[in-house]
Design a protein. Structure first.
Length: 168
């Protein structure tokens, strides 16, 4: 199993948080609810349901890979996570820190965003080989690429993955 290397240079071109709260609101092939203020966005970003939704999404991916493609998952996942995280940090970290300061978002969000971006890179890499694998973090990456902040989940976790991403 190999990482999709082209992802990391593309991350350097992301306009991090540059259009938060601005109209028009982009439309995606997945449902998004937009919030109107940074205060509401940060409250949602720091909510338990957002943390739980992200954990649920990660579990859906790793559970699927473990069950259906163990040879490409077991023994590879942790190594790929570390490799990808280093590449994400190199590609994104400085730009993201500058963007957080520019828009007044607490720098503590930095690590959460890096985790999401790293998970997106791993999802993309695995879905290239196994298209039926579940995905969620790719959607978050699409929002980041649009200059937005994915910040929450609107839906019941008991009905996962039915629901929609909240963004600012």
């Amino acid at each position: 199993m190999k990482l999709a290397q082209e992802i990391y240079p593309a991350l350097e071109r992301v306009p991090w948080l540059s259009t938060m709260g601005q109209e028009p609101y982009p439309q995606f092939e997945f449902p998004v609810t937009y919030v109107q203020s940074l205060e509401v966005a940060l409250g949602s970003f720091n909510s338990e349901i957002w943390a739980d939704a992200r954990t649920e999404a990660q579990g859906a991916l790793t559970g699927y890979l473990s069950k259906h493609h163990y040879d490409s998952y077991g023994g590879h996942w942790n190594n790929l996570v570390k490799q990808s995280r280093a590449l994400v940090e190199e590609s994104v970290s400085m730009q993201l820190t500058a963007a957080l300061r520019r828009v007044g978002v607490p720098t503590e969000t930095h690590q959460v965003i890096l985790v999401d971006v790293n998970r997106a890179a791993l999802e993309i890499s695995y879905r290239r080989r196994f298209p039926a694998a579940p995905f969620f973090f790719e959607r978050l990456l699409r929002l980041y690429e649009a200059g937005r902040l994915p910040c929450g989940w609107n839906g019941s976790l008991s009905e996962w993955p039915v629901g929609n991403v909240i963004a600012f």
